[in-house]
Design a protein around this ligand. Structure first.
Ligand code: 13P
Length: 248
């Protein structure tokens, strides 16, 4: 099945109003791409401005987290509906930094994926094992449990993406070998197909963790790798565009 590659930049807690110039460069570069879909996920403070700047361009704008509920007394939180209202088209949920620093469980991540669906946002659901889990030979069962617990139940017109981000590869410069990535992505595809049928076949599985221009070709040409979730390298337009160019 044909899946359009998605290259999404997770800016994490980086970016000020002055970063708009970088987005402009990304938008200009994205017009040269024919195949890859580009997305930038800035901090919430920049969502509205970035969404306005990117309107009508090939660059989609996404958020990095959302609350499970649509509104209420939850100081500091932001709902999926608010993100949509600010112009977001997608939201990352269950990133390992949220799971680790904010104690997010699979059940909470599933709630957030459902919130995204309710608001009409594409959820990018993150999974991935730690170094200790991989070394113990538990990478597959860990990812399997995260998929089972974090993804929404099958439903008509359900759309989401999965990002496989080994925790130990994030920001470290280290990545799994091609064989390990191929094996994990094939495993995720198998789980998605078994649970969602055709929807699982069409669901994009992104790889994330130290994706750079120098290794993009090696990482993004693996079977069942349908794009990338890029952290540090997405902050610089030239690097982000060089990664996306691998997908065409
Ligand atoms: P790096 O690309 O900086 O390793 O970050 C990956 C990531 O966490 C994207 O969500």
């Amino acid at each position: 099945m044909q899946r359009r590659p998605l290259v999404a930049g997770n800016w994490k807690m980086n970016g000020l109003k002055s970063s708009a110039a970088e987005l402009d460069k990304i938008i200009a570069g994205a017009r040269q791409l024919v195949n890859a879909e580009l997305m930038v996920c800035p901090p919430a403070t920049l969502l509205q401005e970035f969404a306005t700047a990117a309107r009508g361009s090939p660059v989609a704008i996404g958020a990095q987290d959302c609350h499970v509920l649509a509104a209420g007394a939850y100081t500091g939180d932001i709902s999926a509906e608010m993100l949509k209202d600010a112009g977001a088209q997608a939201v990352i949920v269950g990133h390992s930094e949220r799971r680790r620093y904010h104690g997010e469980t699979d059940a909470m991540v599933r709630g957030k994926a459902l919130a995204a669906r309710r608001a009409g946002l594409l959820a990018i659901v993150c999974v991935g094992e730690t170094r200790a889990e991989r070394d113990a030979g538990h990478a597959r069962p860990v990812v399997r449990a995260q998929l089972d617990g974090s993804l929404p139940e099958p439903a008509d017109d359900l759309v989401f993406a999965v990002a496989y981000e080994p925790v130990w590869a994030i920001g470290s410069g280290a990545t799994p070998g091609r064989g390990d990535i191929a094996e994990m992505h094939a495993f995720i595809r198998q789980r998605l197909s078994a649970r969602y049928g055709d929807v699982g076949q069409g669901t994009r599985i992104l790889y994330g963790g130290s994706v750079k221009p120098a290794n993009a070709e090696e990482l993004l040409t693996i079977d069942d790798v349908d794009g990338a979730l890029v952290g540090g390298a997405s902050l610089k337009a030239e690097e982000f565009l060089a990664i996306a160019a691998v997908c065409g």
